[in-house]
Write a protein that binds this ligand. Sequence first.
Ligand code: SF4
Length: 425
Amino acid sequence: MASIYIHFPWCLAKCPYCDFVSYATTRDDIDHTGYADAVIREAEARARCLESDGPRRVSSVFFGGGTPSLWDPRELGRVLKRLRGLFTVDADAEISVECNPTSLDRDRARALVDAGANRLSIGTQSLRQEQLRFLGRLHDPAGAQAAVAAAIEVGVPRVSTDLIFGLPGQTPEDAREQAEALADAGLRHLSCYQLTIEPGTQFGERKKRGLLPMADDGAVADSFLAIDETLERRGLRHYEISNYAAEGEEARHNLAYWRGEEYVGLGCGAFGYVRTRADEAASGGGDRRDAVGDGADGRVGVGDGNDGRVGGVRWRNAIVPNDYVARTKTMRSDAIGESDGVTVMREALSPEALLRERIMLGLRVAEGVDLGRAGRDLDVDPWTPERLRTVDALAERGRVVREGDVLRVPRAAWLFTDDTASRLF
Ligand code: SF4
């Protein structure tokens, strides 16, 4: 199973906290057709390159950004149609599109469904005017509520929204009321993120100079718990640290990512990840390795104390839109790597590195991570004496629960998940 991610790199403004590949533009300045053509060219080359592995069944396609709801839905639909021709996309695959309230009304929601989308993820972020202003968002609370209502009213099969908490001065009560209001709106999936300040963003610069008001750590933790209590009470299960869903409404695309499944990244700045078979990589042969190996001379330098074994390859595409589009015109399809012309970063991942990622991501979900299965899949022993000792110590402190091969973080310890995962590396 694999998923496909398509990045659309433009927004109507750059939010001061955002570290995604996104560029502020006007609607008229976007070359909708040219960008769709470029993504299709890349998809064709990637599909050719990966087909030596045999067909991949695609269970989800995710248009993220940036603001893909700015993309002409006919062009987005054209890309989706081509993907269905190139990959084995399940008939009931989850097809998600990220939307902002400033580019989502009833007509746009309907057009996205006509184009093939069955899930919209709407960037509400807050239902308070002063918070939206602080976050640099272009919409107001009424606009966010109208966008959510439009998507629900026109019958989009699945609608989700994002809420940011941990804003300076925000009380847990305020976080609770906003979560309650979004549940009242009929949403059956919510992503609730703590505001994080990333280096290189406007907020990051202001923080460095001591000019950014910061939330109190205790209030942030209480807001997390208030949202948890509210949404669980409303029947939205807290299935991942930042995500809540009614039964069966979990985001399949994100679950696949947290479970370490493959994803083909397309578009400007997109990341992709595919597995290699360690035996092929170690023996230095095989079509698959030729396709996703180093794309150069057949040697793979992992530098991870793993005897050169490669468990997977991650790559990233060119991050400037015009550059990306131009590169797709001469893209090669015989390998994934800098030599293909579109990839600007390629990283060979050892089985041990992939296991650490599985732990880090798997502990974020309520179901936890099956280390036995991960170990068999990656051909590594997950239960090293050192890791076993650490698990025992963490279990004694209530930070993890071990049930057979499955490790999970109990809800009461979710606030410490990152620290817990890092100790298990
Ligand atoms: S709308 Fe989203 S992707 Fe665009 S700048 Fe804001 S946070 Fe970033």
